[in-house]
Design a binder for this molecule. Sequence first.
Ligand SMILES: Cc1cc2nc3c(=O)[nH]c(=O)nc-3n(C[C@H](O)[C@H](O)[C@H](O)COP(=O)(O)OP(=O)(O)OC[C@H]3O[C@@H](n4cnc5c(N)ncnc54)[C@H](O)[C@@H]3O)c2cc1C
Length: 394
Amino acid sequence: MSPAGTPAGSPAGTPAGTPAGLADLVVVGSGIVGLGAAYAAARRGLSVIVVDRADAPVGATIRNFGHLCIGAQAGEARRYADASRDLWLRLSRDAGFWLRESGTLVAARHADEVAVLEHAAAEGGIRMLETDELLRLAPLRAEGLVGGAHIETDLQTDPRAAASAIVRHLSHLGVEFRFRTAVTAVSGGRVDTTRGAITAGAVVVAVNHDIDQLLPEVAERVGVVRCALDMMRAAVTLRHPLAAPLLTGWSLVRYGRFADGPATAALRERLHAERPDLAALDLNQMYTQLPDGTLIIGDSHSTSTAPDPFQPEAAFAAFLAEAEALFDMPAPRVLERWQGVYAKAAQDFLIDRGDEGVLVLAATTGIGMTTGLGLAEENLTAAFGWAPAMEGSS
Ligand SMILES: Cc1cc2nc3c(=O)[nH]c(=O)nc-3n(C[C@H](O)[C@H](O)[C@H](O)COP(=O)(O)OP(=O)(O)OC[C@H]3O[C@@H](n4cnc5c(N)ncnc54)[C@H](O)[C@@H]3O)c2cc1C
């Protein structure tokens, strides 16, 4: 084995001067799933090269809410989310980025939302809130609120700061990053890139929705399409900070922990009947406040193989109107608008063993920030027969 992060040599046939190399693990994609794979390997003393065609993580990993919504997951997603929670806490401490153990707040504006929350709270990890307590934690308008809840295990980070801090930390651990380098083909033991071939002991492909370009047969077999989301960040004047990420009834109908059962079906039916305009946006009305006080506001969902790059203003107008109706604040001042995209399929995760030594991983619904680190840790360990990592301060 070569020292961690040191390309041990150039494969035969690589032109002189072309960066190529050799690593125990080559990771394609520097989003949270790829970073999770690199972290799992580096903690086991393996040499790792991460290849990304962009010059930094620029995909879904920096475009989301930074909401690690662990307690809203169920089943396999909850298992990955719980594993991710430990890894997020460790990375935040060792890589030195902002992350808070805030839990998540849910604002209920109708008895059917309270009913869904109470049903879930009976299983533990969710505390029901009276309206007064919710108002002390979230600077909302009192009118229309009927109660709420606090999901206790959840975390919040700033996705842009976290991704770049993790890249720096992994570099210090010896992981080599090759940015502005596209991977053009992957097979057992070899990764072809626009800057030469890399010989790999094992390969993890973590390219999110772009799996349909790199490995179209995998994407087609699993039915991966793209889900495009509108997002915005705004300067706001609140009477006090938002103590945690804030979900609404529109969120409850989406997350695994809440999404099944007759109470949720009734909630979905009412929301869609009352607000077909918001239902047409496939809205998840939710908010996170960053340490600088600005508010991330979102989001809409539109699914296709090739999303339209042109974002209709109607979605942003709806975001602002709904934010002003919910929060006790003057009109927000929009600072940024963007589109994010993630892979979507019938199952929540794509875990595919293709060629010998190649593992394809993706969250195929919008929970990769919450689950991606654990998804990588668990599946790399299983696929490559790794021993548990030596856990020190790394
Ligand atoms: C708007 C939005 C909001 C969201 N909110 C949340 C949230 O609050 N909580 C949550 O848990 N999840 C959320 N998600 C989902 C989450 O962000 C994603 O599931 C997760 O970030 C996906 O990580 P990834 O590493 O798979 O992909 P990405 O972060 O997209 O990274 C993939 C990388 O692969 C690279 N790549 C692609 N093809 C190639 C190639 N051929 N060669 C080299 N490099 C390549 C790309 O350049 C990119 O950097 C949200 C997503 C969006 C879009």
